[in-house]
Design a protein around this ligand. Structure first.
Ligand code: ADP
Length: 546
């Protein structure tokens, strides 16, 4: 049977038309995206891929119609020839999406995938080497088909590899978007490969080719739309342009149906008016897109900077931790020797020297505690703070601490008292002894530091339902303004002008205290009537159920 091109088209079935229209639709859609930014490589490859998919659909319809005719092999070769070119284009698309527009790499990929393709295409001149028709029109596949499959699958895998690499390095919503594109890419590749290569190998026909074809188109549309949704391509602009071209087309067709010259005039005027206002509509939509695009780009930049900041922050914590460790050891030995010298371990020293040694001892003790604060802070931030939980008798702990700190208070001319609400009650909680001791000691120490004269009252009580243990440290010191109260538990926060009262503070003690208390599921807070009106700190922990 001799078929002319017109005969072939006339023989297309409904299904063929559906495939061709779908292919046309995706090509048109990708053309609009391409027009948006013709220089963008990913736009170019997306358009090229869609167009080739459209041709693939046409080739399928042609090969279906020409089956059994003299053109059968030519159209079959055309079908697989076009199918083969989809793989390198997909790879280029994946590459530009993942890595950007590096011209050198793009040409390297084009050449290294193009040359094998040309060799493969040459093999189509030998019917049956790659693919051909056997008895009763069954499809037969030769050795070349094996190469063909290897070629397409390996290029698709490399494309997938680029996308996965991109996914690993992207953050936030961008990683989600890349994940979606990876899934779509993999599905489109699998679907089209299975129905055009895998299944025909078994069934020896292309009866289900259309399933793979429709699948490929659907995945292409979804990936196009999803890329648009995340603002890569401007969906609104494209939709508006699509709509306007459609309206323009209808208006143009309408002109041909004018019944009189007057009618034609009116129709032309209406068409001009509508197209003119549409022009403004597109303009405003485009402006909106531009600003959105700018925001998206800024967001991406912010994401990148954020990731960098996180790395820097980690490095800072590591530095703090090592520096603190290195400072602590020599200080401990300074403290040790100063104390031994004061105790005349190396011979009698004069009272004046003893006084100086005492100052060295006190200063190094302060330094050790400052370094401990730094270390705690860096441990809290890196999540390395270790807690050993055991039964804690708060009464014993506070009583001991108050006794230890009595001398310091006395030296500062302050009265330090300790009371318990009920002597019969027990005050047992679960917690890390060392850490809770550090918190309570910090509260009493602060009270001594920030109280020029008066009394410090430490009181232990229980909540009305007996479920909470409350420790209050109340002083008659410098007090705090509302503003200061808001910030003292933050890192490096000190009240304004407080260094006049106590110079050496780091503003870390209460931050560390709150972090420790948080880990114990407790609360810590401060109250004050105002500056110079004293302060009260409360620590609340759960009482152990007996
Ligand atoms: P530091 O005492 O080293 O400055 P802290 O974190 O322990 O660090 O305390 C933070 C700030 O809270 C202090 O600088 C001070 O302004 C305020 N503060 C803490 N305790 C008291 C208190 N008892 N009375 C008044 N202000 C206090």
């Amino acid at each position: 049977m001799q078929l002319t091109p017109v005969d072939i088209v006339l023989h297309f079935s409904g299904m063929h038309w559906v495939l061709i229209v779908l292919g046309f639709f995706i090509t048109f859609f990708s053309l609009l995206i391409f027009i948006e930014d013709t220089r963008k490589r990913s736009n170019q490859f997306f358009f090229l891929l869609s167009f080739m998919v459209f041709l693939w659909g046409v080739a399928y319809a042609v090969s279906d119609v020409t089956e059994g005719t003299r053109l059968a092999y030519q159209s079959l070769a055309l079908l697989y020839g076009i199918g083969g070119v989809l793989a390198p284009i997909s790879l280029l698309l994946a590459y530009t999406f993942a890595e950007g527009d590096d011209e050198q790499d793009i040409s390297r990929i084009t050449w290294s995938s193009g040359i094998p393709y040309i060799l493969l295409a040459a093999m189509f001149f030998a019917p049956g080497f790659i693919v051909g028709y056997g008895d009763q029109g069954a499809l037969v596949f030769g050795f070349g088909f094996f190469l063909y499959v290897c070629y397409t699958l390996s290029l698709l895998s490399i494309g997938l590899w680029y996308l996965i690499k991109k996914y690993r390095t992207s953050a936030g919503i961008f990683s989600l978007e890349v994940r979606g594109i990876i899934v779509l890419f993999a599905l489109a590749g699998l679907f089209s490969s299975f129905f055009s290569m895998g299944l025909p190998l078994v069934t020896h026909n292309l009866d289900l080719f259309w399933v793979g074809y429709i699948g490929t188109i659907v995945f292409l549309i979804i990936s196009g739309v999803s890329a648009i949704k995340y603002n890569f391509w401007s969906f609104k602009v494209i939709a508006t342009e699509f709509f306007i071209s459609f309206v323009g087309l209808i208006l143009l067709v309408e002109l041909f149906f004018a019944t009189s010259f007057f009618d034609l005039l009116v129709r032309t005027l209406v068409a001009i008016l509508i197209l003119f206002s549409s022009f403004f509509l597109v303009g405003s939509v485009r402006r909106e897109f531009d600003s959105r695009d700018k925001i998206a780009r800024l967001l991406r930049e912010l994401d990148r900077i954020n990731a960098r900041l996180k790395i820097l922050d980690k490095k800072k914590s590591e530095f703090l931790s090592t520096a603190s460790h290195h400072l602590r050891d020599p200080l401990t030995s300074i403290q040790g020797y100063a104390s031994m010298l004061m105790e005349d371990s190396f011979g009698q020293v004069t009272p004046m020297t003893k006084d100086a040694l005492g100052k060295i001892f006190e200063s190094s003790k302060r330094l050790v505690s400052i370094i401990a604060d730094f270390l705690d802070t860096s441990n809290i931030e890196s999540g390395d703070m270790k807690y050993v939980v055991e039964d804690l008798d708060m009464r014993k702990l506070v009583e001991g601490l108050v006794a230890d700190m009595q001398l310091g208070a006395l030296r500062a001319g302050l009265k330090l008292t300790f009371t318990v609400a009920s002597k019969k009650d027990t005050y047992i909680t679960l917690g890390d002894l060392g850490k809770i001791r550090q918190v309570v000691s910090n509260l009493i120490d602060n009270a001594i530091k920030y109280t020029p004269k008066g009394t410090i009252k430490v009181r232990l009580a229980k909540s009305d339902d007996g479920k909470k243990i409350l420790l209050m440290v109340t002083d008659t010191g410098i007090g705090m303004s509302e503003e200061t109260l808001q910030k003292i538990f933050k890192k490096f926060s000190r009240a304004e002008g407080v260094s006049k009262v106590y110079t050496e503070g780091t503003g870390l003690g209460l931050y560390v205290a709150r972090e420790i208390v948080k880990k114990h599921n407790g609360h810590i807070w401060a109250e004050s009537e105002g500056e110079k009106k004293g302060s009260s700190f409360t620590l609340e922990l759960s009482a152990k159920a007996l």
